[in-house]
Design a protein around this ligand. Structure first.
Ligand SMILES: NC(=O)c1ccc[n+]([C@@H]2O[C@H](COP(=O)([O-])OP(=O)(O)OC[C@H]3O[C@@H](n4cnc5c(N)ncnc54)[C@H](OP(=O)(O)O)[C@@H]3O)[C@@H](O)[C@H]2O)c1
Length: 315
């Protein structure tokens, strides 16, 4: 027990980090133990982790010194930012820099950075197919993560850039689940046409991250993409219909229509889906499902994820 390597997990009370924390806790004979990072060690989620055997440490990604303390003595760290808490790409970049700097100062041996593409490598700001947002971004919550890759690459700490996929959990807690339309029928709405969207259970992101740490040097200084399945809107609607035993349609809208929806970040997400459609091949290619399943044999398909989670989806 004493020789176990510590993995410090940012966002341990949340989706991706929680998946990693549970993966480590569920492998008591493994070589790793978890240090769960939270802003509030007294919260229910933090206490639950503690009761399950995790070390729980307080730190804030906005405060580099707190991260250095939280990373000290650890072998590795899982780093993630929280765009939807503040909607600020500038903040996200600063938070990522804080984590990369703290990883270097703490002398970590492996950091996994949960990232996404900087879409401006494909769609320059002058490209009018989609509006430029916040003056210098096309998909702010992607671009800020992709731009932040440099902090980790330049940190001198062995890193893995983990390209994640659309969380199927968005159907539960991001308001993307089936909704009744004016025709009284249930539908999911995406500006995806008939393109395939790589998706994943957020729990599987954590399990995949654990496999990357366990693989030692194999994925150090590399980019690793993961997905559970690549599915069209119609594929997902068909799965919903089966799971709920009632028809769920796929309502395909134009990206411009999606951007105009009345919820915060609709423009960012409209651009994101358009990027995924316009550069479908480039987006899907690094997120290989068979590779992900080798990494994490427990990887769920969408149907399996739905069976486990359908009761949490309000229709
Ligand atoms: N939804 C998707 O489809 C999708 C796909 C790819 C990538 N992403 C990205 O995933 C990221 C969010 O990851 P997630 O969904 O795993 O997060 P999450 O479930 O929202 O978890 C956030 C956790 O992080 C902690 N946290 C929040 N602010 C913090 C801070 N300032 N310092 C330290 N900890 C903080 C909170 O814990 P405490 O309250 O305990 O501190 C919270 O439990 C976003 O940046 C998003 O863009 C999402």
């Amino acid at each position: 027990m004493g020789n176990k390597k510590i993995i410090a997990v940012v966002g341990a009370t949340g989706s991706q980090g929680g998946g990693l924390a549970r993966a480590i806790l569920n492998d008591p004979d493994g070589d790793f133990k978890v240090r769960a990072i939270t802003r509030d060690a007294t919260s229910d989620a933090a206490r639950e982790l503690k009761n399950s055997g995790a070390e729980v440490v307080e730190a804030n990604v906005e405060d580099k010194d707190s991260l250095v303390k939280a990373f000290k003595g650890a072998y590795g760290a899982f780093c993630v930012t929280f765009f939807w808490e503040h909607f600020s790409p500038e903040k996200e970049k600063q938070n990522a820099k804080n984590m990369a700097d703290a990883a270097r100062e703490a002398g970590l041996k492996h950091v996994i950075w949960s990232t996404l593409e900087d879409t401006r490598k494909w769609v320059t700001l002058k490209d009018n197919r989609m509006p430029t947002l916040m003056e210098k971004y096309k998909v702010p919550h992607f671009d800020a993560k992709g731009e932040s890759d440099q902090f980790f690459i330049n940190s001198g700490v062995p890193y893995t850039l983990l390209l994640t996929s659309f969380f199927w959990d968005n159907f539960i807690n991001f308001g993307m689940g089936p909704q009744k339309g004016e025709d009284g029928k249930l539908a999911i709405t995406f500006p995806l046409g008939d393109s395939k969207l790589p998706g994943i259970a957020s729990e599987d992101i954590g399990k995949s991250a654990y496999a990357i740490f366990k693989a030692g040097d194999n994925y150090k200084n590399k980019t690793v993409g993961i997905a559970g399945e690549h599915l069209t809107g119609l594929d997902m609607a068909t799965s919903f219909s089966k799971a709920f035993n009632q028809t769920v349609n796929y309502h395909a809208v134009a990206p411009s229509v999606y951007r105009s929806f009345d919820f915060p970040g609709a423009d960012d997400l409209g651009n994101m889906f358009q990027f995924k459609v316009d550069f479908e091949e480039d987006f899907r290619k690094p997120r290989d499902v068979e590779f992900t399943r080798k990494l994490n044999p427990e990887l769920l398909t969408f149907d399996e994820w739905l069976q486990k989670n359908k009761d949490a989806i309000e229709i």
